[in-house]
Design a protein around this ligand. Structure first.
Ligand code: BTN
Length: 323
């Protein structure tokens, strides 16, 4: 999009529903009022609802529901996350594209797609990635041992739940990687890692949020256990602004993870947890453990006490609730 159009959108958005005169916009951009009007007409064709009144000026009533990478760059309050934004209308999977470019790009690079043809879920499942969602992957290059990588999933869960809560949604985290609202899934996180022996090369943090997804458009088998931000709030949200906030939340949590004790993070995770205190059945590649989830260890493992009060520490697995 041309720079003048971008700037007009920015000026109208920061005015938050107040009108901005053609004169003022023209002066800021160094163009005539007639040129401003020409750009406004072009923006209307692109789906921006710009109201105009000869007396007061222009008001932005609505904008197209897409993540706008230029606007996202302007909204960002981060120094690391989103420093490089790769935006696509459609991809096979943002995690795959992120993995393909990871070695060549800086930490904090993000890959975002409006839709994914082969969105990846955990345990080899398919992640339905239809228009209206937030499907993105963040490339991280932390200097941490391989065994600490699963903690990043917990950190990301806190960031997503925090962003949802800031939007008035009562989000909780189901171990290890789901964010739930009223017991229904609103977000899934898929962390993939490339490492040599003990050294982590990069981590791909894939985050999928049913933002403006219509629940009726989801597949029958997941529809009843899923929700979306729009479904919870009863209105479509501005996904660009949400992503900017999410990156900020995640960056704060990530800095804390790298610089502070993990115990602080555990406390916050437990406070947001949907899992602690519940009877669970956790399936790992080697065994199935049933019992009560009672906490998280220093290493980020879920602690389960079985019916013999034997303690199990599980670093990764598929968790189902028994009650
Ligand atoms: C889960 O099974 O709960 C994890 C789902 C993770 C989905 C996200 S969407 C963005 C990123 N790209 C993918 O292919 N998967 C993750």
């Amino acid at each position: 999009m041309n720079d003048n159009k971008k700037e007009i959108i920015r000026l109208l958005r920061v005015s938050e529903g107040e009108s901005v005169s053609g004169q003022e916009i023209g002066e800021k951009l160094g163009i005539t009022r007639a040129m401003v009007w020409k750009y406004v007409k072009a923006l209307r064709k692109e789906g921006y609802h710009v109201r105009s009144s000869p007396k007061t000026g222009y008001i932005l009533d609505a904008y197209p529901d897409r993540i706008d990478p230029d606007e996202l760059r302007q909204l960002l309050r981060t120094t690391l996350i989103g420093g490089d934004i790769r935006y696509y209308d459609e991809l096979e999977s943002t995690n795959i594209t992120a993995r393909d470019i990871a070695a060549k790009v800086c930490e904090g690079t993000v890959v975002i797609a409006e839709t994914q043809k082969k969105g990846r879920g955990r345990m080899g499942t398919e992640w339905q990635s239809i228009p209206g969602g937030i499907w993105l992957s963040i490339i991280l290059k932390p200097s941490i041992p391989l065994e600490n990588v699963s903690k990043i999933t917990l950190v990301a869960g806190i960031a997503v739940a925090g962003s949802l809560r800031k939007n008035g949604i009562d989000a909780h985290i189901k171990w290890p990687n789901d964010v739930l609202v009223r017991g229904k899934k609103i977000c899934g996180i898929l962390t993939e890692v490339s490492a040599e022996v003990e050294k982590v090369d990069y981590v791909i943090l894939g985050i999928g949020i049913n933002a403006n997804v219509r629940i009726a458009d989801l597949k029958e088998e997941i529809r009843h256990n899923s929700t979306s931000i729009a479904n919870e709030l009863g209105k479509v949200i501005d996904r660009t602004a949400f992503v900017a906030e999410l990156f900020y939340e995640f960056e704060q949590q990530y800095i804390r993870f790298k610089t502070k004790q993990f115990t602080d993070i555990i406390d916050e995770w437990v406070n947001l947890s949907d899992t602690i205190g519940k009877e669970v059945k956790v399936t790992t590649p080697s065994k199935i453990i049933e019992g009560k989830a009672v906490g998280i260890t220093e290493k980020g493992a879920l602690v389960v006490l079985d019916s013999n009060r034997k303690r199990h520490e599980i670093i990764s697995g598929n968790c189902r609730y028994s009650d």
